[in-house]
Design a protein around this ligand. Sequence first.
Ligand SMILES: [Cu+2]
Length: 470
Amino acid sequence: MSSRREFFKLAGIAGGAVAASTVARTVMATLPEPVIQTSPDTMAPLVPDSGQTYNPVVTLNGWTLPWRMNKGVKEFHLVAEPVVREMAPGFKAHLWGYNGQSPGPTIEVVEGDRVRIFATNQLPEHTSIHWHGQRLPNGMDGVSGLTQPAIKPGKTFVYEFIARRPGTFMYHPHADEMTQMAMGMMGFWVTHPKEKHPLIDEVQRDFCFLLNAYDIDPGSYTPKTMTMLDFNLWSWNSRIFPGIDSLNVRLNDKVRIRIGNLTMTNHPIHLHGHEFLVTGTDGGPTPNNSRWHEVTTDIAVGQMRQIEFVADEEGDWAFHCHKSHHTMNAMGHNVPTLIGVDHRGLAGKINSLIPDYMVMGERGMADMTEMEMPIPDNTAPMMTGDGPFGSVEMGGMFSVLKVRRDQKPGNYQDPGWYQHPKGTIAHEYTGALAEPARFKSEGGQSMQRVHESSTPVEVQVRKPVSHSDH
Ligand SMILES: [Cu+2]
């Protein structure tokens, strides 16, 4: 048996635009050479060498899989295999994925293309690939047991179909699905329209990413695959803030963002500073009369949404899931609320028993972003990310839309932090404080109490009693 090294010619892409011809030039073997990605960075869009007939997508912290043309068929080679994914600087996870990364590469084709995908299984167990949302012959749908036998370890299967409708799609295994998706096996698929489509606008920037989630104990490397709902890492393309790249656009660019949800819960995705339209779903472009402006769109399990807006406000705009525990990283969270509890004297006593112990949360959790309590190796801090004004106190599903006047067309480089015009930043008020005018009423009630004899009760915080304080 040949070694993995011999089998996979490592063809890591190091930045810059990549022409599909890098693969087309190789000898026409029966099987296209698999292209393996070694970096978790956002790669430049893949411009087809046949000429730019569409605006290619940019996958956040991901890449598009090069293909070769073989007698009019677009041929791709996906390799399902164990990968090491850097989820954030300093935090690596041992996942399963495709072609060196999790998620796998984005597959990008044009409506009407005949597509042939070779799927090689280098996992320790069988797999299959389901082409989520596609119109295709039933036998190409990738449901192991139902439409095909599972792909055994070491085997390669061929899928072939015509990309019949333009839109936003995903791919993932349909074999031991709970394990394989919990391990990170999934990828994105974009089919561009063949010609001008009345419901698909041309855009200057077209981003895509998958919502995914993992349960990795602090200090460990491998996801727990039996977790059903209680995941502790909420990621975009298997990256967590501050490891998720920003979405960098030019002022007044029309921007499309395609998002697919392969987690086990819904995610209300929220953009600051702009209103967007949901222009497409799993079923394709939405009709004009179903579009309305929103700033948050909920994406349910197994759904895709594409949002569009004109980026006409300069700045660094937060873009995130609105579930607040989805913008945090792994932590133990069976912790009672301690806001308002006086901890004075307590930490010192515990420290004499447990060195480095820290009492958490007496004034809220923000203190923890600067906490000095040691965390295990290979663990991302719970709330972090240094912005120009201090800690952003975020994790998980959070990124930044950077809108800049001087961003060059087609350039996706990070422009750095926004330089706010003078006098446009919220600032401290230093004048005299007026007494607040408090409203005196106790509030009305729809059901008047009949007996007014009982004494009103106010719930009080019970503080731990420290005898030395008396
Ligand atoms: Cu969420």
